[in-house]
Design a protein around this ligand. Structure first.
Ligand SMILES: [Cu+2]
Length: 335
């Protein structure tokens, strides 16, 4: 969609250029008017500036938990998902796991009730001496095996998807857990932000929920692969955003990494999910996914710079030997 829009914009600019060329003789007469038309064209081509960025207002119910009072059913299940892995996992939960669990539970409950009524001491004074029934033993072995295989296929697929390595040109963001706040480092952009929870009044003033709202969000571009790394400076924390299907431990001295692609713009809230000390419940996470131009403006507003095309290309070249090294290491027989 973004590409289509960019093409449309390019087409419009080309048309403008053609009109201006044809109209060149009249330009002297209409110079003031032409300048007025040309000015916004130049502005559109210039790199986004810091002033182009404004923090996004969250959408009620999106990227945040639902209270029982608002919607009892929704408050008890997963949040709506905004990543492909999340949608896959949620569909697996809704259409496979929950039905299987429900049917098995009801079946076992039915059996228990049946046995309790039919084979109790009063209604069945002479117990049967049956010890084997080959047919039923084959059935109760084969059926659970089939159920487990049916669950295993999408389950292992999901696991593999979650381990997918980000591409070389993915944007790197390092989330660092501190007692008790988060720091977000953008090594490709020379940006670092410290993110503290807003107090109750500040959250209300910004139209957000207390214990979810933060002063500086983790701003990221939407629709592109992010290489999200987590680590910690003091104790173990965990970076978790339920609506993005993302939870990863932040461990001192370790760098965990997972790919994240957010599918639509929005503000997505999460919380530290590893008991990390007294203020564990007061270090929320707010991820703001914005279109690339907005992200560039945000980087400018933080005093950072976008990596040049050469730097991106270099990252691609750098990545290749590393991949080969991994492939070689994999190929070596285990000692
Ligand atoms: Cu923590």
């Amino acid at each position: 969609m973004g590409q289509a829009f960019a093409r449309m914009k390019f087409g419009f600019l080309a048309l403008m250029a053609a009109v201006l060329t044809v109209a060149a003789p009249q330009m002297a007469l209409a110079q003031d008017a032409a300048e007025a038309v040309a000015a916004p064209t130049e502005a559109a081509e210039a790199a986004p500036e810091a002033s182009d960025y404004t923090p996004m207002a969250p959408t009620e119910g999106k990227g945040m938990p639902t209270s029982f009072e608002d919607d009892p059913l929704k408050s008890m299940t997963f949040q709506d998902q905004y990543t492909a892995d999340g949608a896959y996992a949620l569909a697996m939960h809704d259409w496979l796991l929950m039905p299987v669990i429900t049917v098995i539970s009801l079946f076992v409950l039915g059996l228990l009730i049946y046995v309790g009524l039919k084979f109790n001491r009063k209604s069945n004074p002479v117990p049967s001496k049956t010890t084997h029934n080959t047919l039923i033993e084959v059935i109760w072995t084969i059926v659970p095996v089939i159920i487990l295989v049916v669950i295993a296929v999408p389950s292992i697929t999901l696991l593999a998807r979650q381990y997918e390595t980000p591409p070389a040109d993915a944007i790197t963001i390092k989330a660092v857990g501190y007692q008790w706040y988060w720091g977000y480092e953008y090594p490709d952009h020379d940006v670092e932000v410290i993110s503290n929870m807003l107090d109750e009044d500040e959250a209300a003033a910004s139209g957000e929920y207390h214990q979810l709202a933060v002063d500086n969000r983790m701003v990221v571009p939407v629709g592109v692969p992010l290489r999200l790394q987590t680590t910690a400076a003091d104790v173990i924390h965990a970076f978790a955003v339920p609506s993005l299907w993302f939870k990863q431990d932040a461990v001192p001295g370790r760098l965990n990494e997972r790919m994240l692609v957010i599918e639509e713009p929005g503000v997505y809230y999460g919380q530290c999910s590893e008991l990390c000390g007294a203020l564990h419940g007061f270090m929320p996470i707010a991820v703001e996914a914005v279109p690339m131009e907005q992200f560039e403006a945000w980087v400018a507003s933080q005093g950072g710079t976008m990596p040049t095309a050469e730097e991106v290309a270099e990252a691609d070249v750098d990545a290749e030997p590393a991949d080969e090294a991994v492939a070689e290491a994999d190929a070596e027989p285990a000692a």
